[in-house]
Design a protein around this ligand. Structure first.
Ligand code: HGY
Ligand code: MN
Ligand code: MN
Length: 411
């Protein structure tokens, strides 16, 4: 018999978490803001009520540590959101982890098994993508993390002072204890719905490169400045963006994606030639060699544009997440649980979204489970998943967690 989750309790906690920063059907709860910290304090309380040793660590991770000894499974996701986010992106995996911890504790045959759970800080990268899991796995130095800043220029170090965490120590992965990592997440894409499947077992997670290009020209009058004398930063951005799109399109493989998500013209007035402009450029694929070739193409086009002038262009990498394969053994635990609870209604699939699991995959065997996103919509207030699919996903995860923990702790 699998450990039994409580769907009402699960949905109630998901809806309570949504209330922190609720905006229509979606949520605005970016890292370190007031509602983000209030949500973390509420979550720590729920973890304590579930019998876990709960704390908010020195970078804002909310950690629920089982009192049980043994080889532990680690399970979590994130509760911070995009600037206009969905109510389930990250939140689903955190509340699943809480519900699985409760289901194991209520199962006499499994109450002794150690499941540690967490909400990792800033997966969405308001300051630095996957900041919390990078701190926990020590895959990024504390000083590098503290120097990261948000779009207002506020550093992580200042944010930690503002929320009263500056004197807390960061929690760390314990290699002897933490033997595996599982994360559940909404798919955030259209595949499961299109294939008529209810569960995704993730095979690999994409690599993600995010660049910021800044263009420095000469602000001037839009009426009296002859075209030949202009140093128009906005025009230089538009020309280079078109060339980048063509070059990256020519390099792209079947699953490659690239996005210009943000453009700023400064000062952004109808009758002023922009003296400064900025754009983000993000590209993703499972193949790091292809991503390197795309990055080289960006460098080449930028150098050509700088040689031609009249605007100076600079490039900075704002985020770099390596692609990661998911552990085959853990995938099989998820697949067996999916077959048990949703026979024939599951599939293996790659992840086009980034996740904390790709940070953990460098340190411990890691795997992910997906549930469908209605209409494939995510990073939008309209993001949603049916309550039946939410409950099923958690039950599958609970069964997989039990089988992983029993295998880890087999005498
Ligand atoms: O952008 C991503 O892939 C993730 O949702 N942060
Ligand atoms: Mn996201
Ligand atoms: Mn996410």
């Amino acid at each position: 018999m699998a450990p039994q989750i409580d769907p009402e309790r699960l949905l109630s906690d998901l809806k309570t978490l949504r209330s922190f920063g609720a905006c229509g059907n979606g949520v605005v709860r970016q890292s370190f803001c007031d509602v983000d910290m209030a949500a973390r304090r509420w979550l720590a309380g729920r973890m304590a009520e579930a019998g876990l040793e709960a704390r908010i660590d020195g970078v804002g991770n909310v950690i629920g540590r089982s009192p049980n000894d043994g080889r532990a499974l680690l399970m979590g996701s994130h509760t911070d959101t995009q600037p206009r986010g969905g109510w389930l992106d990250g939140a689903l995996g955190v509340i699943y982890a809480l519900e699985v911890a409760r289901a194991l504790a209520e199962d006499r045959a499994r109450a002794h098994l150690p499941l540690d759970i967490a909400s990792w800080m800033d997966e969405e990268g308001s300051y630095l993508g996957c900041l919390g899991s990078a701190s926990f796995t020590e895959s990024m130095g504390d000083e590098e993390i503290r120097r990261a800043a948000n779009s207002d220029g506020r550093s992580v170090a200042d944010a930690l002072i503002a929320v009263g965490l500056a004197d807390q120590a960061p929690a760390r992965l314990e290699p002897e204890r933490h033997r595996a990592y599982l994360e559940a997440h909404i798919e955030q894409g259209p595949v499961l719905e299109a294939e008529g499947k209810l569960i995704g077992v993730v095979t690999s997670i994409v690599g993600v490169r995010t660049l910021t290009l800044t263009f420095s020209g000469q602000q001037n009058h839009a009426g009296t400045t002859p075209m030949a004398l202009r140093r128009d930063a906005g025009d230089a951005l538009i020309v280079l963006a078109a060339r980048l799109r063509e070059a990256l399109g020519a390099l792209a493989a079947e699953r490659t994606v690239f996005t210009i998500g943000r453009i700023v013209f400064d000062p952004g007035a109808d009758s002023i030639i922009p003296g400064r402009a900025e754009m983000s450029l993000q590209f993703r694929d499972g193949d790091e060699v292809l991503l390197d070739r795309m990055a080289a193409a960006v460098d080449r086009l930028m150098e050509e544009a700088n040689r031609a002038g009249p605007v100076r262009i600079e490039l900075a990498e704002s985020s770099h997440l390596e692609s990661a394969p998911m552990d085959p053994g853990l995938q099989d635990h998820l697949a067996a649980a999916a077959e048990r609870h949703a026979p024939g209604q599951w599939m293996r699939m790659p992840s086009g979204a980034a996740h904390d699991a790709q940070i953990f995959a460098r340190r411990v065997p890691s795997a992910m489970l997906f549930v469908p996103s209605i209409g494939g919509i995510s990073h939008d207030f309209a993001e949603d998943t049916s309550e039946a699919d939410i409950a099923l996903g958690c039950q599958v995860l609970a069964s997989a967690a039990a089988s992983v923990l029993e295998e880890l702790n087999r005498p």
